[in-house]
Design a protein around this ligand. Structure first.
Ligand SMILES: NC(=O)c1ccc[n+]([C@@H]2O[C@H](COP(=O)([O-])OP(=O)(O)OC[C@H]3O[C@@H](n4cnc5c(N)ncnc54)[C@H](OP(=O)(O)O)[C@@H]3O)[C@@H](O)[C@H]2O)c1
Length: 280
């Protein structure tokens, strides 16, 4: 048999069972990504009281939905319930944790310390922070593991997260509040940019539907260009700015005192502080 390449993120050879706790928006997006990457539905166990049609349909293809009886030891467990459901929900997976089980949590603000105190002693745990573009497989996730996570489990976590987008690792859990403030909350800033451009376009004399369409497609198209380009954002910006031209006139305002840089620095600092407060 051909051995999978080291950077192969296919889940065809992923050892089962893979248990998903919470198949809401994020959990369902991950599930969809895993299946697309070749994970067999028979390797999946889903614990979700309000399973949607798609998950229920998969139970006809071997997925085990809220199974009763003796708990199977899972190769990996993904926790995707809301942080406030965690104290009630997380203990329900403890019986599925074995010696080599990896637990991967995507709950915002729930620390490794919290997870370690809720799961059996010695469990290998990865805490990860994805963002909403995960819903279309274009998220970015930052992950941090505890000391029990082996190289193999780290690769497993990367493969599971790659199903919803790009993955970065850190060894410093303290930066997770800043990560949340930049990429976790970041999609909201980008949507706000589209809203603000729409309002400004209307103020400049455009019909509202046209202003909204121009703002939406400009944000989306520029994001895609940034995504596909090897150039950094500053170079792409400079490339569309002729000296003395219209873009330069706007950038003088946006990059001036009280402009974008200052506002975003303040906004991201506020979100980081809030993350720390919520974590307690
Ligand atoms: N959405 C994002 O952009 C985003 C970004 C980064 C991180 N996250 C994290 O991802 C996690 C999930 O977010 P989401 O937006 O996907 O939330 P969601 O749509 O509310 O999904 C959570 C799911 O878990 C279910 N659940 C609750 N208690 C359970 C239990 N005891 N056993 C099994 N399932 C249970 C919920 O069912 P009920 O509806 O019946 O309660 C719900 O279907 C959160 O911790 C969030 O912090 C989300």
């Amino acid at each position: 048999m051909k051995r999978p390449a080291k950077n192969d993120t296919s889940l065809r050879t992923f050892p089962g069972p893979l248990l998903l706790l919470g198949a809401g928006k994020m959990g369902a997006a991950m599930l969809e990504g895993w299946l697309k990457r070749g994970l067999a539905p028979g390797k999946l166990i889903v614990l979700e009281p309000q399973a949607g049609k798609a998950v229920k349909g998969l139970s006809r293809r071997g997925l085990k939905l809220n199974p009763k009886g003796k708990a199977a030891t899972a190769a990996a467990i993904v926790i995707a319930v809301k942080p406030q459901s965690a104290p009630a929900a997380v203990p329900s997976v403890a019986a599925h944790v074995g010696k080599s089980t990896l637990v991967l949590s995507i709950m915002a603000g729930r620390t490794l310390r919290f997870l370690q105190s809720t799961l059996p002693v010695g469990t290998a745990i990865v805490r990860a922070m994805p963002n909403t573009p995960a819903a279309i497989g274009r998220g970015i996730t930052v992950a941090v593991g505890n000391a029990k996570v082996s190289a193999r489990q780290r690769k497993q976590a990367s493969d599971l997260l790659a199903a919803i987008g790009a993955v970065e690792w850190t060894s410093d859990e303290n930066i997770m509040d800043a990560v949340t403030a930049v990429s976790g909350s970041g999609p909201a800033y980008v949507f706000l940019l589209a809203e603000a451009m729409t309002k400004a376009g209307i103020a400049a004399g455009l019909p509202a539907p046209l202003a909204a369409r121009l703002a939406r497609e400009t944000v989306a198209g520029s994001g895609e260009l940034l995504h596909r380009s090897d150039l950094d954002a500053a170079t792409l910006r400079q490339n569309v700015t002729s000296p003395g031209g219209t873009t330069a006139a706007a950038l003088e305002v946006l990059m001036g005192p009280g402009g974008f840089d200052e506002l975003l620095t303040k906004a991201i600092a506020a979100a980081t502080r809030r993350g720390r407060e919520l974590a307690g």
